[in-house]
Design a protein around this ligand. Structure first.
Ligand code: DAH
Length: 346
């Protein structure tokens, strides 16, 4: 073989290798390119090196020197590409660091099952035209009791049944009596009706409010001192009990399935007349999920609505119970244990 084709082959090899190393997008691609060009067995450099044996003796020295230069250049190109990828050569690896160990997986966040339930309930009720309203968790007795037709001597106001915010025997007064953590989301009915009279007088109201409520109950499988309710309120002309039953039935079918059985049981709440308790059949037993009824005229009067002109229905359902029924959870405390083995199932 004569010298020139050999030198041309070397030039070609050098530029091919350079391009391959420069174009390698990651460490794996670079390693593949290294094997292609510098591999000890079938690398292209090895192949060209073998051709040196067929060079005329007079050209051997020049050919050998050029071969060494190209070898050096290819190695340099490889090392440059390697350090640009950030992998670094072996000299850059800290002592004691084993690059072959698996990486540390970042811990991804996870939406709590109750938050997922709230999102789901909001979506179902939104499809029926209910918008979301919010109210504070620290309330005054007017919104938690008085406007809801719960008189001063009613047992629901007993300090043993509520978290009043008192320090050293002195109740905290937030303007309208002793502040407390709200014991029900029905407070939001009052706030919304008060507010809408200014912002949208005469307009129908169709809201839900999902949030925390607090009661000093000892925790067991079905009780927890903090839990969530979904409150609903519909105010318009000519609203009837039939509307209430339809909305709750459609809601239950959407959230718990078409075969869910629902029962409305006559009951009493100070802020509705008539009132019902809402039960769902669960494993052959009727379980109460909340209360509902037609807004009591006294409530309308407390917030300045004319009960002769408007009527409405309201309901309050336990969010944890709904979540537990849907997912087959048997102990409410599991939801608040913070145990990721439990929470990550949802
Ligand atoms: N606030 C009631 C409770 O916590 C539930 C409830 C009953 C809400 C009847 C309502 C209702 O809006 O109309 O036990």
């Amino acid at each position: 073989m004569s010298l020139q084709p050999f030198l041309d082959r070397l030039d070609q090899l050098q530029s091919d290798a350079q391009n391959a190393f420069d174009g390698a997008a990651d460490a794996d691609a670079l390693e593949a390119a290294r094997v292609t060009f510098l591999g000890a067995k079938n690398g292209q450099f090895k192949d060209v090196q073998k051709m040196l044996g067929g060079i005329e003796p007079a050209d051997k020295r020049a050919a050998g020197m050029r071969l060494n230069d190209v070898k050096q250049a290819i190695h340099t190109a490889f090392e440059t590409a390697q350090s640009q990828l950030g992998g670094g050569g072996s000299s850059q690896i800290e002592p004691g660091f084993d690059p072959s160990l698996p990486g540390r997986r970042p811990r991804l966040g996870h939406i709590h099952p109750i938050t997922q339930t709230i999102d789901h309930l909001t979506e179902i009720m939104g499809r029926m035209g209910f918008e979301v309203a919010e109210g504070p968790e620290v309330e005054d007795p007017f919104h938690n009791f008085v406007a809801l037709n719960i008189p001063e001597d009613h047992p629901a106001r007993d300090p043993l049944d509520n978290f009043y915010l008192a320090t050293a025997g002195t109740a905290v007064d937030i303007g309208e009596g002793d502040a407390l953590l709200r014991s029900q989301t029905s407070t939001v009915q009052i706030r919304v009706m008060q507010e809408r009279q200014n912002s949208a007088p005469g307009q129908p109201i169709r809201i839900i409010s999902l949030g925390r409520v607090y009661r000093p109950d000892a925790p067991d499988a079905t009780h927890f001192p903090m839990f969530h309710q979904m409150e609903g309120l519909f105010v318009d002309e000519h609203v009837t009990m039939a509307n209430l039953k339809t909305v709750l039935r459609v809601f239950a079918n959407n959230y718990l399935g078409d075969d869910v059985e629902i029962r409305f049981r006559p009951s009493f709440f100070p802020f509705t007349e008539p009132s019902v308790e809402v039960d769902f059949l669960w494993n052959g037993t009727w379980i109460e999920f909340g209360g509902a009824g037609m807004v009591d005229p006294n409530v309308f009067e407390a917030v300045g609505y004319d009960p002769e002109k408007v009527s409405g229905f309201a309901f309050g359902l336990g969010v944890e119970r709904l979540c537990m029924r849907r997912h087959g959870i048997t102990d409410i405390r599991d939801l608040y244990s913070g145990d990721l083995r439990f929470l990550q199932q949802f």
